[in-house]
Design a protein around this ligand. Structure first.
Ligand SMILES: [Zn+2]
Length: 446
């Protein structure tokens, strides 16, 4: 008689390619780094959805993964952990690449009308499915996501992620002032909705709840206090919001909260900063703010393509690094112009170049993998090929097109190759995307 809880046989998967991940944080500016783990032409071994190890493909056939392993031979391709996008808006796929506005205009002209559609559950569901599939098609397997103010939009997003087995952190947006009537909640109903969603989704499979304050201007002090109470009542939940993105916004926050020392201080005073807080942008911070970030363990989700597109400003990554504040990389679509974390990383390089800094491929790619995982306290699950981590794995072509191919052909050192890939590549380089060992995206040939 079988044991009552006998597990099904473990599915064994072996993925061959040039394995690249990180074992520590690379130093600023260093193109040679012990934090980089590059294992050219190896098999990455997966059992029951988790990484179990790796071995050189050069071993003899007898010693390599045998017929009990489902083999995916991507010899000559780059294999990396799935990217982690720490700040992105599900409904804003509809307004990506909208012309001619800075943040506050852009919200009113494009974003709020698009988000109003998500009151309709059927649209919220189709939008969430489209969004999750788009993330996977860009090599992003984990994300921290804003849906809309509507409870149904958070519900739809969690369901879509659950169906795909993705690591997703999200929560209903809190917004009870300075927004259109059809996007406004109130403190009591919002608290009930959050409690319901936390009970239903937080910690379920690979999902986690984030108390989601849009930004300080769109929540009353009463609502911010309620959000702080939610964080205190549920210590494992995340918190996500925006901070210090644009100068007009920062001035406005100063008028709305005259007692606060700074924009960040509004959130600190409401009890919203902790080691699970993710704050998008953080361009217009000072040293005291950066110290608060380090001491609280909160991270900045740096959104370079959005910051350039909306003309918001140039993030001082080096200062955040020097202060010991965690920095991850994020697309911020639809303020950002691509879900591709490669294009995001390439834009991050250009922003640092404007400040006379040199962002290495290691620093940028670490921030989109292990660095983000560490900042989210999820390094045991995502962000690297450490045994025990979930097999969220992406296979990439090193080059697409004649220009990238030529650049690759003449590149010598590893950083040179990876930097060219990061700078010239995008989602067209993605060949396959596995989530928990399941193949969820494959580029169609031709
Ligand atoms: Zn945003």
């Amino acid at each position: 008689m079988p044991a009552p809880h006998a597990k099904p046989p473990a599915r064994r998967l072996a993925i061959r390619g040039d394995l690249l991940d990180f074992t520590a944080a690379p130093e600023w500016g260093a193109v040679e780094s012990n934090a980089v783990r590059f294992r050219p032409d190896h098999w990455l071994l997966v059992e029951a959805g988790r990484i179990v190890g790796a071995q050189p493909a050069a071993l003899s056939e007898a010693q390599g993964p045998d017929a009990s392993w489902e083999r995916h031979d991507h010899h000559g391709r780059l294999v990396m952990p799935g990217f982690i996008d720490t700040h992105v808006h599900c409904p804003q796929i509809d307004v990506i690449a909208s012309f001619g506005a800075e943040l506050l205009d852009w919200l009113n002209t494009y974003t709020f009308p698009a988000e109003a559609h998500y009151a309709e559950p059927a649209l919220a569901h189709s939008g969430a499915a489209r969004f999750c599939d788009a993330l996977l098609a860009h090599g992003t397997t984990s994300a921290v996501v804003f849906p809309t103010v509507h409870k149904a939009s958070a519900q739809a997003l969690f369901e879509a992620a659950q169906q795909r087995g993705m690591r997703l952190i999200a929560g209903k947006v809190l917004m009870d002032r300075h927004c259109p009537d059809n996007l406004r909640d109130d403190v009591d109903q919002a608290e009930r909705d959050c409690e319901d969603l936390i009970a239903r989704w937080h910690g379920r499979g690979r999902l986690a709840y984030a108390v989601t304050v849009r930004f300080a201007a769109t929540s009353t002090p009463e609502q911010l206090a309620m959000a702080g109470r939610l964080c205190a009542r549920h210590p494992g939940v995340y918190m996500q919001t925006h901070v210090a993105e644009n100068r007009a916004e920062v001035r406005w926050i100063g008028e709305l909260f005259p007692q606060a020392r700074s924009y960040l201080d509004v959130y600190a005073s409401a009890g919203l900063l902790n080691e699970r807080a993710v704050l998008a942008h953080g361009i217009w911070l000072d040293d005291a703010d950066r110290t608060v970030l380090r001491e609280s363990g909160a991270q900045i989700a740096h959104c370079p393509s959005s910051n350039l597109f909306l003309g918001s400003g140039l993030f001082d990554w080096r200062a955040a690094e020097a202060a010991g504040a965690a920095v991850s990389l994020a697309s911020d679509v639809g303020g950002g112009t691509s879900l591709s974390m490669l294009r995001t990383a390439a834009d991050a390089y250009k922003i640092q170049a404007m400040a006379g800094q040199r962002l290495t491929a290691w620093k940028a790619l670490h921030a989109a993998t292990l660095g983000a995982a560490l900042a989210l306290r999820l390094e045991g699950e995502i962000g690297s090929f450490e045994p025990g981590c979930m097999a969220d794995v992406c296979v990439w072509d090193w080059a697409v097109g004649s220009v990238a191919q030529r650049r690759l052909d003449v590149a010598r050192a590893l950083h040179e190759r990876v930097f060219a890939w990061m700078t010239l590549g995008d989602e067209r380089n993605l060949v396959a995307c596995f989530v928990g060992g399941g193949l969820l995206f494959e580029q169609r040939s031709g």
